[in-house]
Design a protein around this ligand. Structure first.
Ligand SMILES: [Zn+2]
Length: 222
């Protein structure tokens, strides 16, 4: 466990507004408290069905969420792709846009979903692949952190989730566990900033408080 080199500059790359909070929100707060610079690239507008109105709402929610987590809004990049459209057709278009930003920032570390996309969302899988592609090619990037869920989460989800929910890992197979218990309230506040996504989800927050005291990662270095 914990073979991470402490990052100085980390770029988190996700597909949708709310992935940063629902995913490794506690770890983002942790890194900021450690003095690390944290940037966020959000590839889609989260505009399900191509609705530009929803895209605008979700942009504002994302700005609020990242502010709560402590990320400066100048360090937030929205690429504006349509929700649900990340696939082979625009793979390299997304890569090019991310690459340009990474050249400006020159981070030592990237953070994204593991390759099963955590929840199995195809946009997540695409972004994980695109981030891995850039990790291999950019010399200044020294390590990648893959946000990964525990096996027990799949058991809890059963087959009720709207898409296939992939298998997680045992705790022993993770490379890094970040204790986020002191940041859980901030994480939940950030999740709640995504009002359009979290209405009537109090049960989910109780579940989070009980179960998500740590966030887990696979860590790959060059
Ligand atoms: Zn997502």
């Amino acid at each position: 466990m914990n073979k991470m080199i402490p990052p100085k500059k980390i770029v988190c790359i996700f597909a949708h507004p709310d992935d940063e909070a629902m995913g490794p929100g506690g770890t983002i707060v942790h890194f900021l408290k450690e003095g690390c610079k944290v940037y966020l690239i959000c590839v889609t507008s989260g505009n399900a069905n191509g609705s530009s109105e929803l895209g605008e709402i979700r942009k504002k929610e994302l700005q609020k969420s990242t502010k709560i987590l402590g990320i400066n809004n100048n360090n937030l990049y929205l690429l504006g792709f349509d929700d649900g459209t990340l696939n082979n057709n625009n793979y390299h278009l997304v890569v090019e846009k991310i690459e340009k930003i990474l050249f400006d920032i020159k981070p030592d570390t990237l953070l994204t979903y593991n390759m099963n996309g955590v929840s199995g969302h195809l946009d997540h899988i695409a972004v994980s692949m695109q981030t891995s592609y850039l990790f291999e090619r950019l010399k200044f990037v020294k390590q990648i952190l893959y946000f990964t869920h525990l096996k027990s989460i799949k058991k809890l989800m059963g087959n009720k989730y709207f898409v296939y929910f992939p298998e997680g890992l045992d705790k022993n197979d993770m490379d890094l566990a970040v204790d986020v218990s002191s940041y859980l309230d901030t994480k939940i506040k950030a999740i709640k900033a995504h009002v359009s996504q979290t209405k009537n989800k109090e049960i989910m927050f109780l579940f989070f408080k009980r179960l998500l005291k740590e966030e887990y990662f696979k860590v790959i270095q060059k």
